[in-house]
Design a protein around this ligand. Sequence first.
Ligand code: NAG
Length: 323
Amino acid sequence: MSEALRVQLYFLVLILSALKGESRYLEDNEITPQGLFSLLHSEVKRELSKDFVYRRPLRCLDMLTMEGQFTFTAEHAQLNCAAYFIGEPNEVISIEYTAVDIDCRRGDFVKVFDGWFLKGEKFPSTQDHPVPLSERYVDYCETGTLRRVARSSQNVAMIFFRIHGAGSGFTVTVKKHINPFPCNIISQTREGSFTMVIPHQHTNCSFSIIYPVEIEIEELSLGRLDSNDAPVKRSIPGCGGAGDFVELLGGNGVDTSKMYPVADLCYSLNGPAQMKVGCDNTVMRMVSSGKFINRVAFQYRPLERRELQKIKGNNVEDFCFIE
Ligand SMILES: *[C@@H]1O[C@H](CO)[C@@H](O)[C@H](O)[C@H]1NC(C)=O
């Protein structure tokens, strides 16, 4: 067996075992995106002075938007725990293992993941993430004190943990840092606006809104000649192979590579274009060759129950009711 192949196989095994472990116990927990965001609403947002460190205990299933120091102490064996962190679109998150008292040999672990894992799916998808999947984990039991700080590539990160002994636990310090070129993003809110810019980079970026929304594109510039004919093309995947484009995706999970194309926008556009997407997750994804500066500005607002029902009424079989 050649060395290269051996390395590839090794990574494949690593990835498979990581996927199997993580997705299985998260599926057991059945954390839905909606369930997760309902945890967020119980979190009170506060303005804090600069040198005050916000501290609070971490729950076995938790969601946090704040910087601070968070401590988990097991009350009994707690084997399927996960804490989700989310920042503003232009922030990345660092998580530092400040104090850890767990028994790795007994099967305890604490792992930071660069992204989110929900119902067995991950965001950003493997295709869109700059780092290979196996390197997106920082496992305390493997790296110990060598790598105490993990930094996310986007505005979401999470910790998986499993602790057997009552009284064992850990403390993490969470900080947020400005990201001048945010690429993959999960929106903290159901309503808002965003401008995505990809400046001469061969990369793909996604903005994900975990709610059925109406999305209005204000401006789209794809760094090529404008065209007045049919700016919105449906059902030509990837604009027939054109290099740079924007796609609107809909689906019920968080992995963009498993979502359905709602519309592909292949040409620059000045006027507004609106679309209602009745899926649990709506994503604006920009595919960029690196030859141009691409830019899309959009607004979104949640669909009301009445609107959702109307859309459902019009479409009999559609996967998640698009208008
Ligand atoms: C971006 O996405 C397109 C289409 O989904 C794909 O063909 C291309 O390889 C991706 N580019 C990068 C850098 O991942």
